[in-house]
Design a protein around this ligand. Structure first.
Ligand code: FE2
Length: 601
């Protein structure tokens, strides 16, 4: 039974192939199109790659699993939207001018409902597959509820036999929060919250307010919030926030008229009512424009770095953590299962995940590394596999399920570029020696990683022992904001030495507190509040990546490297050797270790 999982036309299009319940391959479309996120597209390249990799054609596919419950469109969703709008009449205030924007929000909601009706999706899927040369009949398309897809994705890639499963994102079809109880025998829905009770909307609303891009820069917002930690006693926003997002015993209550339901002069992600609320407490806190700069002691820097905006970001993040922990506590109380699996875009917030682990009576946690919609196609395919009688258990250890390249393919590419190279006996040792001398090296080994983090497949590595290495990577390679820290990859054997409350965190999705030792060995990987987002590396899972850490330890005493993704700001991670070579010659990278080959400048 071959199932092609597809996440298309929304956020982070992706595809995967599952045979008899086993996940064979997965990739995000952006890695092929080179267009960050590739939102709204169909994963044509990924489908083609998945099939070709396993020498299959579309005729070999038994079912297509689409991770969106299109059967609810249009009528059920129209009824739901009408109900929500009727309930909010009188609550959302707007001016004559801003009502134009409110009408355009309504029109875009209606367009969305039309786009996801089964006949439209089937036609668009067929057209996209045909245009990429797939012949013959299109396999039957089954639509799987979006939150159920997320839930299957995370439960069946965890190692838990039983788990509470919490899914929180912007929204699925109509659901914004879903709590499930899962065992090997099946699942039951414990509770759910519908549109407009969306924590994703809340967070991306404020992400936009502070001048970041929604559905892309939420991680920056989380990073900015950490600067407010030291001033938390004097933070004026907590009381104000009770009007916006109130934490309750069984989760939270959100007032949606501050976000999508109401007129907006500034941004479709938040309403004028939110601007009025914020500026009535501090009239200087107008919404920030993307990349808006102001003068800081004679130097231009981002406006959102002003103390007042930082305090606001801190309150936004803290309230999200409390709301998520309350949801988790409530779910565990209902299911009596204290292992929890998370998925949905909000679980990409590693501070939230740590807070849940610390404050919700949880025994253990699994967070799927592709928790935004990219990973939902895996869950949809798992769901159908289970329905067909297969066990979709795929414990996730190694995330390098994307395109990989053999040595002969890499050599051909290098030669086509007229480049000279060497083939060291031990590429890990060679890279360790280079970074020990202060060089910054591209690391291209094995398959592309799933999710947003570089975890040993497409990385940029450097020694953490050099003062100013972060500034050098920021200005010469990544071109990203100087205030953001980088992450360390650490041998799992030594995690106790480098972060407090040591747990395995192989996917960089849990924040930890740095020990003094980490602070002195790798200051550029510790954020201003003392937190760190490490990757723990097990020798059995990633032997070559681990070997780099061991060689580094022999040279400088610490089994860790600074690890960031092999890309530049605004671009997806490198996928093909050409892209890695391009980064070598268009940035300040000193060398590239690409499979067995070392290319130096
Ligand atoms: Fe989602």
């Amino acid at each position: 039974m071959i199932i092609l999982g597809i996440n298309a036309f929304g956020y982070s299009p992706s595809a995967c192939l599952v045979r008899d319940g086993k996940l064979l391959s997965f990739c995000q479309e952006e890695r092929f199109t080179r267009f960050k996120g590739s939102h709204g597209m169909f994963p044509s390249h990924t489908v083609k790659w998945c099939l070709e990799k396993h020498r299959l054609t579309l005729q070999d596919v038994d079912l297509i699993a689409f991770s969106w419950g299109c059967r609810k469109f249009p009528w059920k969703m129209l009824r739901h939207l009408a109900k929500v709008r009727l309930k909010l009449i009188g609550q959302s205030t707007f001016s004559y001018k801003s009502s134009i924007h409110q009408r355009s929000n309504l029109i875009s909601s209606l367009e969305h409902i039309y786009l996801y009706s089964p006949s439209t999706i089937m036609r668009k899927t067929r057209d996209n597959l045909r245009s990429y040369g797939h012949k013959g009949p299109i396999p039957p398309i089954e639509f799987v509820d979006h939150h159920l897809s997320h839930a299957y994705q995370t439960f069946y890639q965890s190692c838990f036999q039983r788990a509470s499963v919490l899914v929180v994102d912007g929204s699925g079809e109509e659901k914004c929060v879903s709590g499930f109880s899962f065992t090997e025998n099946g699942h039951s829905n414990v509770f759910s919250l519908d549109i407009p009770q969306s924590l994703g909307w809340y967070y991306s609303g404020f992400t936009s307010y502070l001048g970041f891009r929604p559905n892309r820069d939420e991680g920056k917002m989380m990073g900015l919030a950490a600067f407010g930690e030291k001033r938390k006693e004097n933070n004026p926003w907590f009381e104000v926030f009770d009007k916006i997002l109130k934490v309750t015993d069984n989760g939270f209550e959100l007032d949606p008229t501050y976000f999508k339901f109401g007129g907006n002069e500034y941004h479709p992600r938040f309403t004028d009512k939110l601007v009025r609320l914020i500026t009535s407490h501090n009239r200087d806190l107008q919404p920030v424009g993307v990349d808006e700069l102001i003068d800081f002691n004679g130097k231009k820097n981002h406006k959102y770095l002003l103390d007042d905006y930082v305090n606001l970001a801190y309150a936004v993040q803290t309230r999200l953590e409390e709301a998520m922990a309350s949801l988790a506590r409530f779910l565990v109380k209902k299911t009596s299962i204290n292992n929890i699996c998370l998925a949905g875009g909000v679980s990409m917030n590693c501070k939230v995940n740590s807070y849940i682990l610390k404050d919700s009576g949880i025994n253990d946690i699994f967070v799927h590394p592709a928790s935004t919609d990219d990973g939902s196609c895996i869950g949809a395919a798992f769901y159908l596999s289970k329905e067909m009688g297969y066990n979709p258990r795929n414990i996730l250890k190694n995330v390098q399920l994307g395109p990989s390249f053999k040595n002969d393919e890499v050599e051909k590419t290098i030669k086509r570029c007229n480049l000279s190279y060497s083939i060291p006996d031990d590429i890990s040792l060679e890279v360790a020696k280079l970074i020990h001398k202060g060089k910054i090296v591209g690391w291209f080994q094995g398959g592309c990683e799933m999710g947003a983090r570089a975890l040993g497949g497409r990385s940029i590595v450097a020694s953490t022992m050099f003062k100013g290495i972060k500034a050098k990577i920021n200005s010469n390679i990544k071109r990203r904001e100087q205030w953001r820290p980088y992450c360390p990859s650490i041998s799992s054997k030594y995690k106790e030495n480098y972060f407090k409350e040591p747990v395995e965190t192989p996917f960089m999705i849990l924040a930890r507190s740095a020990t003094e030792k980490l602070l002195s060995a790798a200051p550029d990987t510790v954020h201003v509040d003392g937190s760190v987002r490490p990757q723990t590396v097990e020798e059995t899972v990633l032997p070559q990546w681990h070997s780099l850490l061991e060689h580094t330890q022999q040279l400088n005493g610490h089994p860790l490297v600074l690890n960031t993704s092999l890309n530049i700001r605004g671009e997806p991670m490198a996928c093909h050797p050409y892209e890695a070579i391009n980064y070598l010659f268009t940035t300040g990278l000193d060398a590239l270790a690409i499979e067995d080959f070392l290319i130096s400048k």
